[in-house]
Design a protein around this ligand. Structure first.
Ligand code: SF4
Length: 592
């Protein structure tokens, strides 16, 4: 079978079994791979209303069809299941090498269900699959566990693993691969930890077949030259995501001190230029020609990152403009296995509550000593970490200040405040996994390009968000990296090799829309309602006082109006449920 290996590895930890099933090729035709295929399997594998902490909640690792080939950026995987953080569908993406090596071992997907009797590691070496108890790995940080697996299992293996945060089931614990690549959002690490699994290690000696290899390789080479290694893309390699630090602060949409302002007074200390001065090396994910990963060194610490989101949430949002402290905090989060977006949100909230006299957590904006202790405290649920582990929504509600929690569908917000980029309000509220910037990214046109005004919210923003969401839903089926701004035309050129026929852009658009609607159905089935499509009231009503976005408000009424337009434009009914006509038109084969 070209591109696909045609095999799904299913592991039942409770029964101690591993079986190989044929990949459902009907679904592969409809949903391609990655996000779409993961979602279709998720729908099938679980009963409605499943407790995300139940052993039945599947931990799914899905590749895209181009993993294991030399299509740039496609070694990525999606980690899926039902999110322990938000209760919505969970799809979180990660670079590194796991996707390619899993394909070389012979599998398109791995699905793990059940509960291991003690902390264990799943070892996959081609068709030999072992569940190995690993009490000695208890408490290991992410760099330690990978080194231990290389020594104990296979020097050439790669692994996805959790740090101590995953073992303690912190709702925003993440998954690591090759140490510095993270599936950060939605509690991927908590999900694996809840199954008593510390790591899944894989070593593979097989290959991926691609049909007409010469034609395929010629095309890849041409596409690399024409679309990837271009002057336009040079910023990805040269600066990476820190380029956004100066841009978002300048546009008044960077979260500052628990999202109370949008312009960072310390921006010059932690912007792209500041990080370039301490840069020591670069690296790339397997199979990637863009190579965006940056390593930095400060006294006493060297590591990859931080990326923009970490700088915004664990820097500006907690009042930290000290590059040394930020570097150390980022490394600690990586080692303990924490998503930095949720970490920075929850910590910013605790600081805000302390400053406002609501509750004294003993940590204030810019207090570096207390700040640097927090990653360990969260991961081990010790000190203030025991209470902060509740997450922003529950923490704020407990202390009677729900308005201070910056989340949507219980997932803490990324680093773009809608008060400086109005279109982000639609992006966040309609996101299928809660507060997330990876479903649509109006910042690109409202702030970076300036091709749409940042302070309007109307039908054009509705249509723009929907188009982007459908585009990304398809892109995440093939799992191209966000940093390749691949368009439909470029994707059709690759899909021709997969489908072995001419492919139109419209066909891909239908798949993207199908996947987006399937995600909506899943969330509705699990209890999400129209009222859950929200952004915090402060983002709609409370104007900033400084910077270019000062005084600008979206307004709750205008927001509600565009969300109704969003549902109607999507072909959903007045309760925000996809209509029967829409489901039939998209060829979706499941119903509520
Ligand atoms: S662009 Fe960066 S994150 Fe994306 S695949 Fe390449 S190295 Fe990995």
């Amino acid at each position: 079978m070209d591109f696909y290996q045609g095999k799904v590895l299913k592991i039942d930890l409770s029964a101690g079994t591993a079986i190989v099933e044929p990949l459902n090729m009907e679904w592969a035709e409809l949903y391609i791979g990655g996000k779409g295929l993961m979602l279709r399997y998720l729908w099938e594998l679980t009963e409605p209303g499943l407790d995300p902490w139940s052993p039945d909640n599947p931990f799914i690792v899905a590749t895209g069809p181009f993993a294991g080939t030399n299509v740039s950026t496609c070694s990525r995987v999606v980690i899926g299941g039902k999110s322990p953080a938000s209760g919505t569908m969970l799809d979180s993406y990660m670079g590194g090498s796991f996707g390619s090596i899993l394909k070389f071992a012979g599998y398109d997907m791995v699905i793990v269900q059940g509960l291991a009797p003690q902390l264990s590691t799943i070892l996959i070496k081609d068709d030999v699959v072992t569940l190995a108890p690993c009490p000695a790995y208890t408490g290991m940080k992410t760099s330690e566990i990978e080194a231990a697996l290389r020594a104990d299992f296979d020097a050439k293996m790669t692994a996805i693993s959790i740090g101590p945060a995953g073992e303690s089931k912190l709702p925003w614990a993440c998954i690591s691969n090759d140490q510095y690549h993270k599936a950060g959002r939605g509690g991927t690490g908590a999900l694996l930890g809840s199954k008593n699994v510390k790591a899944i290690a894989v070593a593979g000696t097989g290959k991926v077949t691609v049909g007409d290899a010469k034609a395929f390789l010629d095309d890849i080479e041409r596409m690399d030259a024409d679309y990837i290694l271009t002057d336009d893309n040079y910023w990805v390699h040269e600066e990476g995501t820190p380029i956004l630090v100066g841009i978002t602060s300048g546009a008044g949409c960077q979260p500052v001190r628990n999202f109370s302002e949008g312009t960072n007074p310390d921006v010059e200390n932690i912007d792209s230029e500041a990080f370039q001065k301490i840069r020591v090396k670069k690296r790339a994910c397997y199979q990637c020609t863009l190579a965006c990963r940056n390593f930095h060194r400060v006294e006493g610490a060297e590591g990859e990152g931080p990326e923009y989101e970490t700088i915004a949430l664990c820097g500006a949002n907690v009042g930290v403009g000290d590059i040394d402290a930020l570097m150390k905090f980022n490394i600690e989060c990586d080692e303990w296995g924490l998503d930095t977006i949720s970490t920075g949100n929850v910590l910013g909230l605790a600081m805000d509550m302390t400053e406002k006299g609501i509750h004294d957590f003993g940590v204030r904006f810019g207090d570096l000593d207390a700040y640097l202790k927090v990653p360990e405290q969260l991961a081990t649920r010790s000190g203030i970490g025991a209470e902060l582990a509740m997450g922003a929504k529950a923490l704020a509600e407990k202390h009677g200040c729900p308005e201070l929690a910056m989340h949507s569908k219980n997932l803490e917000m990324p680093g773009y405040d809608p008060r400086g980029s109005f279109g982000m309000s639609i992006a966040y509220a309609s996101s299928d996994r809660g507060g997330c910037h990876m479903r649509s990214f109006p910042i690109g046109v409202e702030v970076v390009e300036g091709s749409m005004p940042a302070d309007t919210l109307d039908s054009s923003k509705v249509v723009w968000n929907i188009d982007f969401q459908n585009h990304y839903a398809f892109k995440f089926c093939g799992i191209w990296c966000d940093f390749w701004a691949i368009d439909y035309d470029q994707m059709t050129q690759l899909m021709k090799h997969l489908w072995k026929r001419d492919v139109t852009e419209d066909e891909l658009k239908v798949v993207g829309e199908r996947v987006w609607n399937l995600g909506r159905l899943y969330n509705l089935r699990e209890g999400t309602e129209k009222k859950d499509d929200f952004v915090p009231k402060a983002m709609l009503e409370k104007p900033f006082t400084t910077g270019v976005s000062a005084g600008k408000v979206i307004g709750s009424e205008r927001f509600a109006k565009v969300m109704d337009e969003y549902y109607a434009t999507r072909g959903w009914d007045e309760n925000a449920v996809p209509t029967e006509d829409k489901l039939r038109q998209l060829g979706i084969d499941v119903r509520l």
